[in-house]
Design a protein around this ligand. Structure first.
Ligand code: MN
Length: 295
């Protein structure tokens, strides 16, 4: 099942090129604040799935092209992210750290944005803002100290995720937490939609030119181990998002660009990049020259 959020917090099931409104069946008030309905939906999905199927069949078909899709989980408990989790990206960054040795970091939940939101480039002259193509895991159950053998039972679904990043030596959390720096979408594909999560392929294009491609086969810390590792420190909750890392091919994005990401069996999301007046501060006043390690 593909579960979308659209048109101001409504919940929809995606069927082909249409979306069916199941907001009432989900028991969600689209206007609620904070918007935690999707977290409750994920927590209660076992009892909602059949209701959604029935409601989706009865609902009028809205063309996807005519719906405004939004980030599927706007208010999660946390956004976990893994650094340097593909060997080829470790090589291009000449990275001395890896996800298996360093563990995870967090991105601000407020950096989440959706398929119809532009990536707003901060005003950080002298620094590059990069795209990172990633698969998002959506956690489905609460758990702590989850063994890797049972970890896949905690995956609710998958989505496309862009981990937008200012390159530099400033605090990583700040470099990755500007508003709109975590586009997620276009919806969540539930785990049963993915035939083999150990070989799930993703691709990223900038202005139609392919820049990144990898499968989860290439991960240093695989999906099950990522859940085990994260839950060794933190209780995972339904709706938590995990940015699983990016492969080689990261690079700068500029005002006017369009970034497109696709994850097999999930879908494709394409977002524009615009300049912004936000972000200038003493923190980012020192220019930083990004150097790719020689291949
Ligand atoms: Mn990343």
């Amino acid at each position: 099942m593909k579960i979308a959020r659209f048109n101001g917090g409504r919940i929809g099931i995606v069927v082909g090129d249409t979306i069916r409104d199941v907001t009432a069946a989900a028991g969600i008030d689209p206007a609620e604040w904070p918007p935690i309905g999707p977290v409750r939906l994920i927590a209660n999905f076992a009892t909602l799935r059949d209701k959604f199927s029935t409601a989706a069949q009865a609902a009028p078909a809205i063309l996807l092209d005519e719906a405004r899709l939004e980030t599927p989980v706007p208010w999660p408990n946390k956004v976990i992210a893994y650094p340097t989790n593909y060997r080829d990206h470790a090589a291009e960054m000449a990275s001395t750290t890896r996800a298996d040795l360093q563990g995870y970091f967090l991105k601000a939940n407020s950096s989440l944005s959706g398929p119809n939101d532009a990536i707003e480039l901060p005003d950080v002259p002298g620094s590059e803002v990069h795209h990172e193509c990633e698969i998002a895991l959506v956690i489905g159950r609460e758990g702590r100290q989850i063994p890797a053998e049972r970890a896949m039972d905690y995956v609710f679904g998958y989505s496309c995720l862009l981990d937008i990043t200012i390159r530099g030596k400033e605090e990583r959390v700040m470099r990755k937490s500007f508003d709109t720096f975590t586009p997620v979408g276009p919806w969540i594909a539930t785990a049963d939609e993915i035939p083999d999560p150990t070989d799930l392929r993703m691709r990223l294009w900038v202005n139609g030119q392919k820049r990144q491609e990898a499968t989860t086969k290439d991960l240093i810390v695989d999906i099950a181990q990522m859940i085990a590792l994260a839950s060794s420190a933190s209780t995972l909750y339904p709706g938590d998002l995990v940015a699983t890392g990016t492969p080689a091919g990261v690079g700068p994005i500029r005002d006017g660009d369009r970034v497109t990401i696709e994850v097999d069996h999930v879908g494709r999301m394409s977002v524009p990049v615009v300049g912004s007046k936000h972000g200038s501060s003493a923190v980012f006043s020192t220019p930083y020259e990004f150097k790719r390690a020689p291949a």
